[in-house]
Ligand binder design. Structure first.
Ligand code: KIV
Ligand code: NA
Length: 272
């Protein structure tokens, strides 16, 4: 069995083989990802993907902890990174530490992720100095959707410097990696070249040090809408729809259960 991945291992991948990651919310998916992913992210996207929320703003500490506990049970190799939900860290370093410590202690996470660049630098340094590895997240930060005015591409034209400064601040504060979300590929490449920690792209560039996708998006399970940056590697929603329709038809026709699914009154010899 391959040894468990640490935040330090991810940090050491700068400029090396691309870091592979997906979001993960449940034990069975964690089992499927464990051998293929370097880290899995228990993202606050869980609120939209599994709980039907219209943004990530309603996600709570309790939701994150419950899902992270489930994911941890399915992992023996990949690092588990857990998102800090909206409202659990923005007040300041003390609040962030209290909630990050709770996530680490109650779930066995190896790191937390939080959104924001320069404005979060002090908080990131505070957590790192106290033993909590932090992944940053800049560019499109969905918890700020109301301030950003939608899920738009960030850092175009004269705004590129803002995103670069945010990524640099996160790296300088001691984060072990940073997610770059939804920005021009050239900007993601430039940031990747100028900061010392791995960049993990989503809607960014193949030149990033690693990639992440929302698992339900890439499996075609979440098919309410598809962002441009998502590649569908399967169409599981369509397969599930067909399976459910087949089941419903067979039940209505009394074709399910069949003889092989029911029990005899007497146990036959050798049968269970
Ligand atoms: O919550 C999430 O899924 C994320 C990734 C998209 C990076 O933060
Ligand atoms: Na997130």
């Amino acid at each position: 069995p391959t040894p468990a991945v640490t935040a330090g291992d991810i940090r050491a991948r700068k400029g090396g083989d691309p870091v592979v990651s997906l979001t993960c919310y449940t034990t069975p998916m964690a089992r499927l990802m464990d051998e293929h992913c370097d880290f899995v992210l228990v993202g606050d996207s869980v609120g939209m993907v599994l709980h039907g929320l219209s943004s990530t703003l309603g996600v709570t500490m309790e939701m994150m902890i419950l899902h992270a506990q489930a994911v941890a049970r399915g992992l023996s190799h990949a690092l588990m990174v857990v998102d800090m939900p909206f409202g659990s860290y923005e007040q300041g370093p003390q609040q962030a530490f209290a909630n990050a410590a709770r996530i680490m202690a109650e779930t066995g996470a190896g790191a937390v992720k939080l959104e924001g660049g320069r404005r979060m630098a002090e908080t990131i340094a505070f957590l790192v100095a106290r033993g909590i590895p932090v992944m940053g997240h800049v560019g499109l930060t969905p918890q700020s959707v109301n301030a950003l005015g939608g899920y738009k591409v960030q850092g175009r034209s004269d705004q590129a410097g803002v995103v670069r400064a945010d990524a640099r601040a996160v790296a300088d504060a001691g984060a072990f990696a940073v997610v770059l979300e939804k920005m021009p590929a050239a900007l993601a490449n430039r940031i990747t070249a100028e900061i010392a920690i791995p960049t993990i792209g989503i809607g960014a560039s193949a030149g990033c040090d690693g990639q992440v996708l929302v698992v339900d998006d890439m499996l075609g399970l979440f098919d309410v809408f598809k962002p441009k940056f998502v590649k569908r590697y399967a169409d599981l929603a369509e397969q599930a729809r067909e399976a459910i329709a087949d089941y419903a038809a067979e039940v209505r026709a009394r074709r399910f259960p069949g003889p092989e699914h029911v029990f005899a009154e007497q146990t036959e010899k050798g049968a269970k």
